[in-house]
Ligand binder design. Structure first.
Ligand code: ZN
Length: 140
C-alpha cells in the first residue's frame, strides 16, 4: 500500500495534471513555502458556485507538485462548499488530528505525509492557496 502511494506521488510530482495558466478565471492566489521554495499560482473559474475549471502554475518539490495536481483533479466540477470541506479535511488529517475518511479517497494519499513533519507544509501549501483564493481573491 505504501509503495502504491509513493508511486502515485512520484507520478503526479513528475507529470503534474492541469499545470498551465487558465485563460479565463474568476479567482486566483499565490502560495509560497519559504521552507522548501515551493511557489505556485492557483487559478479557478467559478460559475454559480461550481469550480468549472482549475489549474496551477509554478515550481516546487514533488510532494507540493503532487498535492497541487491531485487537488485540481479532485475539485474540478465540484462546488465551492465541497472545496472548503476538502480544505478543512486536508488540514486536519495531515496533522493527524482526524482519521482518514474514505469519502476523500482521491486525496488520502497525501495524508501519509503526516509521518514526515518537515514535508507537511509542502503538501498543504496548495490547499492554503485554495482557501486564500476562495475567500479573498475573487475578481468580482
Ligand atoms: Zn516542498
Amino acid at each position: 500500500m505504501i509503495e502504491l502511494y509513493r508511486d502515485l506521488i512520484i507520478d503526479h510530482g513528475v507529470n503534474p495534471r492541469n499545470k498551465y495558466i487558465l485563460q479565463c478565471f474568476t479567482h486566483s492566489a499565490k502560495g509560497f513555502n519559504h521552507f522548501c521554495g515551493d511557489n505556485f499560482i492557483l487559478y479557478l473559474n467559478i460559475i454559480d458556485d461550481i469550480i468549472c475549471d482549475i489549474s496551477f502554475e509554478g515550481q516546487g518539490c514533488s510532494i507540493s507538485m503532487a498535492s497541487a495536481s491531485l487537488m485540481t483533479l479532485s475539485l474540478k466540477n465540484k462546488s465551492v462548499e465541497y472545496a472548503f470541506k476538502m480544505f478543512d479535511y486536508m488540514r486536519d488529517v495531515i496533522k493527524g488530528n482526524i482519521k482518514q475518511d474514505s469519502q476523500f479517497y482521491d486525496i488520502n494519499v497525501l495524508s501519509n505525509v503526516k509521518n514526515f513533519p518537515s514535508r507537511v507544509k509542502c503538501a498543504t501549501l496548495i490547499w492554503h492557496t485554495l482557501n486564500d483564493a476562495l475567500l479573498y481573491k475573487g475578481k468580482s
